[in-house]
Design a protein around this ligand. Structure first.
Ligand code: SF4
Length: 503
């Protein structure tokens, strides 16, 4: 009997993607996936310290696993991710039944460390930083067990060079390191060859992609691009070496990936408003495969709060960029992240956030009540914390503003035909199929006779009704069905990567 593993992921898409890689490594080692965490031979908790109550969630989950470990001492418990990176030895001090602790810089060592723990006992391995030359440090460079066969994440950059005062990412993920351009293009091409039609380019600050790459490095592709690129394919590697121009690389990456055969949808998350360049907007407008969706984290509409957050833009600058994007990209959907109750936020500051949110007409938003993350500058601003009841009231007022614009945006879609990529049958009603539009809106429609089309199917759906968070419609026709290598048609809705709440 093969040993089994299960992974519980907390947090953002970077973590989801890391989990796919851990799964891929374990399957490469002969493990099979178990559907129930508590029944697996290896139970991995991949943690996040960006979200609220991360500690409580982790140690609560570990508390429940203690009984499992008591009954099955041979089962192994591994803790990975940002919180492991931050807490280090503390994880085992607080939960001595944990067998393996590894951080964000050595995901590629997951299988080895688990094997080591099985043979020799508990191990904690936290690296201080990613070794730039170590290609395996990038999650995408490792084998993966993807959740959706037609859709893939591609990590283009790890770490972050910014210093937003509320965010722990720079401390736990380190400085920005971009993957070489040609390697990324090769990877997406290889994904397309396996039937992937949708890719999401991932990074903490995607639109600063390449900033860290020296010009000489920009030409360092892994061969196939460099060999095949002609003069017109300047973006594919050899051109970088030939002309050595300092280009806005993220825009070029969108163009290169969007031009690949088989890739019908390119998404990315998350861009930073201060780094949203005209070239990126132009690429979004001109490359048909790049979806009409921009996740542009606002965080606050008050310039004073933005300064205290060290965001590097003003609300007017943010709105200018948003206006440029909307003017250039027809039908653009915009989502955002907003924190309410940041230390020192006054009622007047908050009203400015409401005004910016109303002007931005968001299609959707992740809204959060500020909660201090240990290790961040904002956690030290205790004398300016906003009382919780005030934050809750503001949160509710903001929610209403966002909901109004989301509903209006969705109602404006009624009568239109949307291109929908099927995720699978709805969890609530198997007679209904669920998918996502190019604008990243959930779309539900009655399944055709024979049941929900296979995940990855491209369908055209006429929108007949709208709510704040989804559209309803009727199937017009099936445009194309997936041609997947190793297609998994198991029932249940498949998760497609969407926006992430950071940057
Ligand atoms: S919020 Fe985003 S841009 Fe700011 S430090 Fe965190 S990851 Fe970097």
């Amino acid at each position: 009997m093969a040993r089994t593993y299960a992974i519980r992921t907390f947090g953002c898409q970077m973590n989801e993607h890391d989990s796919e890689r851990i799964a891929g490594l374990l399957e490469g080692d002969g493990y099979q996936r178990a559907s129930v965490l508590e029944q697996a031979d290896v139970m991995v908790l991949n943690t996040c310290c960006i979200r609220e109550n991360a500690d409580n969630k982790l140690y609560g989950a570990l508390g429940r696993l203690k009984a499992v470990k008591a009954k099955r001492p041979d089962a192994l418990i591994a803790v990975a991710g940002c919180l492991a990176q931050k807490d280090r030895e503390l994880v085992r001090e607080r939960a001595g039944h944990v067998d393996v602790v590894f951080g964000t810089h050595n995901v590629h060592r997951a299988a080895e460390l688990i094997d080591h723990a099985r043979r020799h006992g508990p191990v904690v391995e936290i690296l201080a930083e990613t070794v730039r030359e170590d290609a395996e440090a990038f999650p995408s460079a490792l084998p993966a067990r993807r959740e959706a066969e037609h859709s893939a994440w591609v990590t283009i950059q790890i770490g972050c060079d910014n210093s937003c005062t509320f965010c722990i990412v720079p401390a736990v993920r380190g400085p920005e390191i971009s993957r070489p351009f040609g390697e990324l293009v090769d990877e997406v091409r290889a994904l397309a060859a396996t039937g992937v039609t949708e890719v999401t380019l991932l990074g903490q600050n995607v639109n600063s992609y390449g900033r860290d790459l020296a010009l000489s490095r920009r030409g360092s592709t892994n061969g196939s691009d460099a060999a095949s690129a002609g003069d017109d394919e300047w973006w594919c590697g050899s051109g970088w070496t030939a002309d050595r121009r300092a280009r806005p690389l993220f825009a070029d990456l969108l163009r290169a990936v969007g031009a690949l055969d088989g890739i019908r949808r390119v998404r990315f998350t998350s861009p930073h408003p201060k780094d949203l360049r005209p070239e990126t907007i132009a690429a979004m407008a001109e490359v048909p495969a790049v979806c009409e969706h921009l996740h542009l984290p606002l965080q606050s509409g008050s310039d004073a709060v933005l300064r205290a957050m060290r965001r590097g833009y003003t609300s007017e600058r943010y709105l200018e960029r948003l206006r440029s994007a909307r003017a250039a990209v027809e039908d653009l959907a915009v989502s955002t992240d907003i924190i309410v109750g940041f230390p020192g936020e006054t009622e007047a500051d908050f009203v400015q956030t409401l005004e910016v949110a109303a002007e931005a007409r968001y299609d959707s938003a992740f809204t959060f009540i500020f909660s201090p993350r240990p290790g961040t500058a904002a956690a030290e601003m205790g004398d300016r914390f906003v009382p919780h009841d005030v934050s809750v009231d503001r949160y509710e007022r903001l929610r209403r503003v966002i909901e109004r614009s989301s509903r209006l945006a969705n109602e404006a879609r009624i009568g239109r035909i949307e291109e929908v990529v099927v995720e699978g049958p709805s969890k609530k009603d198997p007679a209904v199929t669920t998918g996502r539009s190019r604008r990243n809106t959930l779309v539900h429609f009655p399944s055709p006779p024979g049941g929900a089309p296979q995940p990855g199917t491209y369908a055209r759906v006429e929108v007949t009704a709208a709510a704040a968070n989804f559209l309803q419609g009727a199937l017009v026709d099936i445009e194309s069905r997936p041609a997947l290598a190793g297609s998994d048609s198991s029932p249940g809705r498949r998760r497609i990567p969407v926006a992430v709440a950071a940057s």
